[in-house]
Design a protein around this ligand. Structure first.
Ligand SMILES: Nc1ncnc2c1ncn2[C@@H]1O[C@H](COP(=O)(O)OP(=O)(O)OP(=O)(O)O)[C@@H](O)[C@H]1O
Length: 326
């Protein structure tokens, strides 16, 4: 089966000569949720628009369901759903009227009630668009994107402006759609969203993919950390020499690539020395830490990326103790 989405050396240069997408490649198999992350202006929307067929790439190729989304738009458009960052609707129409109007232009559309229920807007069906909150508009954008039961759904920042409950509802909906076989490509600034939803993800910076893989692969190259507070009168110089720790007053932070080993050493020492470690907290690297590290170092990296096993371009990770322990 052809993949749902294939980007091969995609470039997009705007008319002023600015290169927003500088040759990126990735493949999304059918039925997968793929997240594009990146700093502001990294080129996520510029990329998604190429895949949606809204513009032609200046280099490379895009394929959606085996077709060129720009040249073969008529073949692709009925099979995809698009949620834009800003959907513009006539503000005097009600929610239900808007969905009905959209359904009239969509073959095989879901019933209006089903689309509204899917995004939790049933109670707002009779409300005019201009009276909707920002979050409710976002939900309406989503209802319209999934109206035609698309095989591939493009969601550009689907949960921006939603409250915590709305965000979780959207995540549940995306999971349900994926379980039904829909392929989803989403862009997001919420790393937790990518971590919980995405089967695979790519982090973009300045038009290039800096890292890609499963959330676990992307975080695996980053160190875990252990934090605790030493009791009054116990100096951090008493810690075992094997543990590279940074101390800030009584607070101590240890960065390690072998969490089990470091934690074992620390607890063994604490027991032997009869030291109580206050507020002990140990955790593997999160996507957020990986992202922040990549964003802060990507400028040095562009041009010098290492290809890691599995075809992942990863930022070289090195063990280091943090200067500041929060
Ligand atoms: N029509 C345009 N003409 C010229 N430059 C553009 C145009 N549209 C976008 N850009 C520039 O291209 C770069 C990438 O923009 P894009 O919107 O794709 O980034 P993004 O990753 O989606 O950003 P954000 O997270 O801020 O939404 C930005 O520097 C932007 O200013």
């Amino acid at each position: 089966m052809t993949p749902a989405i294939e980007a091969d050396g995609l470039h997009r240069t705007y008319s002023g000569g600015f290169e927003a997408v500088g040759g990126i490649s990735f493949t999304v198999p059918r039925g997968e949720v793929f997240a594009l992350l990146g700093t502001n202006g990294a080129g996520k929307t510029s990329t998604v628009e190429l895949l949606e067929g809204l513009a032609a790439p200046t280099g490379g190729t895009a394929r959606v369901l085996g077709h060129d989304p720009y040249r073969e738009r008529a073949a692709v458009r009925p099979r995809i759903g698009v949620m834009l960052q800003e959907g513009g609707f006539p503000s005097n129409l009600t929610v239900a009227e808007t969905v009905r109007m959209w359904a009239g232009c969509t073959s095989g559309a879901r019933p209006v009630g089903e689309a509204l229920a899917a995004v939790g807007l049933t109670d707002r069906a009779r409300v005019r668009i201009k009276q909707l909150s920002g979050g409710e508009r976002r939900r309406l954008d989503l209802a319209l994107a999934l109206l035609g039961r698309p095989e591939v759904l493009f969601l550009d920042e689907p949960t921006t402006g939603l409250d915590a409950e709305g965000r979780r509802d959207t995540w549940d909906l995306v999971r349900r759609l994926r379980d039904e076989g829909t392929t989803v490509l989403l862009t997001t600034h919420y790393l937790e969203e990518a971590e919980t939803l995405a089967d695979r993800l790519a982090i973009m910076h300045r038009g290039r993919i800096v890292t890609s893989g499963t959330p676990a692969e992307v975080t695996a190259a980053r160190p875990a950390r252990i934090r605790f507070r030493l009791p009054e009168g116990t100096g951090h110089e008493r810690l075992p020499l094997g543990l590279k720790a940074a101390a800030y007053g009584r607070r101590v932070e240890i960065r390690t690539y072998d969490l089990q080993e470091a934690l074992g050493e620390l607890l063994g020492w604490a027991r032997a020395a009869d030291v109580r470690l206050e507020e002990l907290d140990a955790r593997s690297a999160s996507l957020e830490e990986a992202f922040l590290e990549i964003a802060s170092r990507a400028d040095d990296l562009t041009g010098g990326l290492a290809e890691a096993p599995g075809g992942l371009a990863t930022a070289p990770a090195r063990p280091h103790a943090h200067e500041e322990a929060r």
